[in-house]
Design a protein. Structure first.
Length: 258
């Protein structure tokens, strides 16, 4: 009989407070509480994410145990739901720096070439991640934002029958390139059929997270969708309101009137 999964709160209490072992997590004690809250909020919204502690190999060869989660994020398109397999890692300096997320294709899928937010290795880099600002930015909002972005432009294609990837191009690695986990696959190449559908982005209303009118900002559009995907909980609405301050490209009427 399979062993029942440990509740996330118990797992975090166990691994975040453990000290005295080479496999202990490297997060400073003052960050433990906020890491716990960020992770619990995220797995509450996305219960398919399974928490683990695994070794992460940086590009400089250093290996360090990190808190990570793997599972799926939902992608919604025209009322249909698709699950995108992902893995995410909390680096040593989290929450001062953003999480590291990868799309992890199943054997019958490949990464869409030249995707605006997912590179050939599967590394995800959205505007929300690039504009990460602590303490306003959170793991839960990041996951919801990525779900919206993927719904507008799916990152995975179904692999054609008999498809063989060409050799990846040779290029020199930048010293500032994001590290990748040891088990992450290398380059992925084009496919023909995007998840068995041709996807097109919808045109949502231009309103920001605090539900005020904004002037045509893509980030505001994403946050408008985000606030409708999250339960109207006062705490979460307050977190979303802070996004208006943390994303300078949003021209929110409410901000203007302050």
């Amino acid at each position: 009989m399979s062993r029942p999964r440990q509740p996330p709160s118990e797992f975090l209490a166990q691994v975040l407070t453990r000290r005295g072992s080479p496999d202990d997590l490297p997060y400073p004690s003052e960050a433990v509480w906020i890491i716990r809250q960020h992770v619990l909020d995220a797995v509450q919204d996305f219960p398919s994410l399974i928490l683990k502690v695994q070794k992460y190999t940086h590009t400089d060869g250093r290996t360090v145990p990190l808190l990570m989660a793997e599972g799926t994020l939902p992608m919604f398109y025209q009322g249909a739901k698709y699950n995108i397999p992902v893995s995410l890692w909390l680096p040593e300096s989290y929450p001062q720096v953003p999480p590291i997320m990868y799309v992890v294709p199943t054997p019958d899928m490949i990464i869409k070439p030249r995707h605006p937010f997912v590179d050939a290795s599967g590394l995800v880099s959205t505007p929300y991640i690039r504009n990460w600002v602590s303490p306003h930015s959170t793991l839960m909002i990041m996951c919801n934002d990525i779900s919206i972005q993927f719904g507008q432009d799916p990152p995975l294609f179904s692999k054609p029958s008999g498809w063989v990837p060409p050799a990846p191009p040779q290029r020199q690695q930048s010293p500032h390139q994001q590290p990748s986990p040891a088990q992450t696959s290398s380059a992925h190449q084009p496919a023909q059929s995007p998840l068995h559908h041709t996807f097109q982005a919808e045109n949502p209303m231009n309103r920001c997270a605090c539900d005020h009118q904004v002037s045509g900002s893509s980030s505001a559009v994403q946050l408008r969708e985000l606030v409708h995907k999250i339960a109207p909980d006062e705490k979460r609405q307050e977190m979303l309101r802070k996004c208006c301050d943390s994303l300078p490209e949003i021209n929110c009427i409410n901000t203007k009137q302050r």
